[in-house]
Design a protein around this ligand. Structure first.
Ligand SMILES: Nc1ncnc2c1ncn2[C@@H]1O[C@H](COP(=O)(O)OP(=O)(O)O)[C@@H](O)[C@H]1O
Ligand SMILES: [Mg+2]
Length: 355
């Protein structure tokens, strides 16, 4: 009879089991607390950092499946329920009153990151969440324009900034703080200072979700931000061309490097939808975004075609989700918002369901 595998070998095998919705595995997430190989059974102690029964059942089943392939003994699982929220893996200060911070990133500019940010934010607000938007794009802060905001934020007596309220959301933009025609060279320390102000000097109030529109790319400025802002997760926006996907991959790596879960991939400008006949012209390669998400073990959150109404909404300062809530692409944004909410609920970084 062959010798049974050691607990270390079984732990190694469990590295193939991804945490549901994440590209990292359950061992990396610290879910596997103990493995013991006895004469009559293998016992595994799991400590998922979520109370979500569906996620726990999923992990449990896949652990049993994986281990049963290696050992001919019954696999017994014990689950440690999380009793109190665990400290975040990063030692970043929380933003007072803000429950979840979701960053929208892209490998390169012009892929629709800001468009997705405003429509995701408005979709979250429509879903009953208290929402804020932090326009942290130092190179091209376009959120005020896309939301039709002309006023500047007011400040309190003690010099704290009050975000501008628009469409029931709290908005702060780098654009409020820098003069329009000013070419600014953003260096690390300046970005650092502004970000610190955004995090510590803005009266965000009570928010369920703060959506952060990051600057495009994966350079130093972006890295500073994902390190500094206490993110619950990141969303990657890409277009389907190979070059854009290559950049998006770097975006995923950037979040993973700083231990921020990637909530999923959105493919924008997937194809051209003809206004009059409804014909779908697949001008770029088809299905690339889905393939990339699969490759990284990430959820594919949705696909948005090039449609005139999205440009028009951005130009008019009325996001599509508000201008035309029944539009098919508004529905896509609402579905994406639901998925994002579900993701942050199960996030091991910020455990606990949304109210
Ligand atoms: N799905 C879409 N269909 C049509 N136009 C879009 C779509 N997504 C974005 N756009 C337009 O493309 C331009 C760039 O989008 P933007 O969100 O500013 O990109 P980024 O923030 O990535 O630079 C904007 O004019 C916007 O209205
Ligand atoms: Mg932008």
């Amino acid at each position: 009879m062959s010798t049974p595998p050691t607990p270390q070998e079984l732990l190694e095998a469990l590295k193939q089991v991804k945490y549901p919705g994440f590209s990292r595995d359950i061992v990396a997430f610290g879910v596997v607390k103990d493995i013991a190989v006895g004469g009559a059974a293998v016992t595994v102690e799991l400590a998922p950092s979520t109370g979500n029964a569906e996620v726990i059942a999923n992990i449990r089943q896949r652990v049993i499946e994986t281990l049963s392939r290696l050992v001919h003994l019954p696999v017994e699982i014990s689950i440690q329920q999380p009793d109190a929220p665990k400290p975040t893996p990063q030692s970043k200060p929380e933003i007072p009153g803000v429950r979840h911070v979701v960053a929208v990133a892209s490998g390169k500019g012009g892929v629709g990151k800001s468009t997705v940010s405003v429509n995701l934010a408005t979709a979250l607000a429509r879903a009953g969440q208290r929402v804020g938007v932090m326009d942290a794009d130092v190179y091209g802060p376009s959120i005020p324009l896309m939301l039709g905001i002309t006023e500047k934020p007011k400040s309190t007596e003690d010099k704290r900034l009050i975000p501008v309220t628009k469409y029931d959301m709290q908005i702060m933009s780098m654009g409020f703080l820098i003069p329009d025609s000013h070419a600014v060279i953003w260096r690390g320390p300046m970005i650092d200072k502004l970000l610190t102000e955004f995090i510590t000097k803005v009266e965000w109030g009570e928010l369920d979700v703060l959506v952060v529109d990051l600057p495009p790319g994966t350079g130093d400025a972006q890295l500073t931000m994902v390190q500094k802002v206490p993110l619950s997760g990141g969303v990657i926006v890409t277009t389907p061309q190979d070059v854009a996907l290559l950049d998006a991959r770097r975006g995923i790596k950037m979040f993973e490097e700083v231990n921020v879960p990637v909530l999923g991939v959105i493919e924008n400008m997937s194809y051209l939808l003809c206004r009059s006949c409804g014909h779908e012209a697949h001008i770029f390669s088809h299905g690339n975004g889905i393939k990339m998400a699969e490759q990284f073990g990430l959820p594919f959150l949705g696909q948005l075609p090039l449609v005139h109404e999205i440009v028009a909404g951005g130009d008019a300062g009325i996001p599509l989700v508000i201008a035309q809530p029944d539009h098919p692409q508004s529905q896509t944004f609402l579905e994406i918002a639901q998925q994002v909410l579900k993701q942050v609920e199960t996030s091991s970084v910020r455990p606990g369901p949304l109210q």
